[in-house]
Ligand binder design. Structure first.
Ligand SMILES: [Zn+2]
Length: 228
């Protein structure tokens, strides 16, 4: 008698879960995996130097107060290759275009694989070099993909879930795509001492950003600065 009762409850639960929309099931299983890049004394030292030399911010710790989330794509085809590029503390010599500004390697706090699995590469409030002028206040989210491998629906779901998670924890005012970062030149948040230190970015593009923005309308987060 008791067994039958339990079985019927199980059946009801199963029917209920299968009838739920898939995106709700995803939202309920939001999680991140730690896959830390090197965050040793050298990376911390170079981060503190970057904060001082580029952003004009003098502090002892390689930390940020997040006000913004910047979404990227890696332009590298796989998760492991993307991780390997960001893992060392020192920028490899090949990227000489940005090496003059600092020898700190690039990184982002998060890396999202093609299947939407989210990896945390650095503590959320650790400094990471991913967006000129804004690193000191921005959490970076790299997505494995590029112009030849458009970001997937699973990555869209993961980015939306991650933004919602971060918005609950920090005073996030802006979500932008990396290609929109120059709209902040002249804005109070822009801090870069060399007006000529700029790179052209196309990631992750307007198509992905408009999909993200359609999904986070309720959060009342601002985007790129509109030109007057
Ligand atoms: Zn980028």
């Amino acid at each position: 008698m008791k067994l039958n009762h339990n079985k019927s409850i199980l059946l009801i639960l199963m029917l209920f879960s299968f009838s739920m929309p898939i995106h709700k099931a995803f939202a309920q299983t939001f999680r991140t995996f730690n896959k830390p890049v090197v965050f040793d004394e050298l990376r911390k030292k170079l981060s503190v130097e970057y904060l001082r030399e580029r952003h004009g911010i003098i502090q002892d710790s390689a930390t940020i107060v997040p006000k913004m989330i910047v979404l990227h794509w890696t332009a590298i085809p796989t998760l492991e290759q993307s991780f390997d590029v960001m893992n060392p503390a020192l920028l490899p010599g090949a990227r000489s275009g940005i090496a003059g500004a600092s020898s700190l390697n690039v990184a982002a706090q998060f890396l999202v694989d093609r299947d939407g699995v989210i990896f945390r590469q650095l503590p959320e409030t650790a400094f990471a070099r991913h967006t000129i002028g804004l690193n000191y206040c921005a959490i970076g989210v790299e997505n494995v993909g590029g112009s030849n491998a458009p970001l997937t629906d699973q990555q869209l779901e993961a980015n939306v879930a991650l933004i919602r998670y971060l918005k609950k924890k920090y005073a996030i005012e802006y979500v932008i795509g990396h290609h929109e970062y120059k709209s902040f030149i002249g804005h109070p948040l822009w801090k870069e001492k060399d007006p000529n230190y700029l790179t052209n970015k196309t990631d992750p593009g307007d198509v992905f950003m408009s999909k993200v923005r359609a999904r986070i309308k309720d959060l009342d987060i601002k985007g790129a600065i509109k030109k007057k």
